[in-house]
Design a protein around this ligand. Structure first.
Ligand code: C5P
Length: 202
């Protein structure tokens, strides 16, 4: 059984939470494609050359807490504008999307470039202020000191780079369903997504 759910959207909109919940609900595999770009960004911070790092990446060894920092997120969005970096990561993502048993992928270009034939495409978004506030509370919850204004500035700058780049820019596919989570709880967002996916699964 092949069934692909593509989820795109800007930083901290709730894509990961929704993707994980959908994968758990349907028993599908989940790929956070941002981790691929974060791993390349981290490799560059460590002195590597972006394209070489991307081509040598072992995508199966990415669940690493060091990749979750803002510094790495920023480095990720810088390497993500490089066409050869993106090209090096395509085959792994497409293969994952078509694995037997179903797959959920989240990122920026899943519905537009990686899986234009996905069975379900969701574009998950929220206002920049809402997303920055959520990121702030997440960090506060972990006991990490953070500055609200700095987080908002980081989110806005990263979105601008992701939306403005020439190669695979962040945008909703024309056939994606937009879920704005600004006024939704995670449970409400999941319930909307389940209705959409169930309708497609028949
Ligand atoms: O989703 P996450 O915040 O982990 O992504 C980090 C960065 O990686 C994004 O800001 C974006 O520049 C890049 N990215 C991308 N395409 C994807 C996933 C992430 O360009 N499919």
């Amino acid at each position: 059984m092949i069934f692909t759910i593509a989820i795109d959207g800007p930083a901290a909109a709730g894509k990961g939470t929704l993707a994980r919940a959908l994968a758990a609900h349907y028993g599908f595999a989940y790929l956070d494609t941002g981790l691929l770009y974060r791993a390349v960004g981290a490799g560059v911070l460590a002195g590597g050359e972006a394209v070489a790092v991307a081509q040598a990446l072992d995508p199966s060894a990415l669940d690493n807490a060091d990749l979750r920092t803002q510094v790495v997120a920023e480095a990720a969005s810088r390497v993500a504008v490089i066409p050869d970096v993106r090209a090096a990561l395509v085959a792994f993502q497409r293969h994952f999307a078509r694995r037997d048993g179903g797959a959920v992928l989240d990122g920026r270009d899943i519905g537009t470039v990686i899986c234009p034939q996905a069975d379900v495409k969701l574009f998950v978004t929220a206002s920049a202020e809402t997303r920055a506030e959520r990121r702030y509370l997440e960090l506060a919850d972990k006991g990490v000191a953070a500055d609200r204004d700095a987080i908002l500035a980081e989110v806005v700058a990263r979105d601008a780079r992701d939306t403005g780049r020439a190669e695979a820019p962040l945008r909703a596919a024309t056939d994606a369903t937009v879920i704005d989570t600004s006024d939704l709880t995670a449970a409400q967002a999941l319930s909307r997504a389940l209705t959409i996916v169930d309708a497609r699964r028949g």
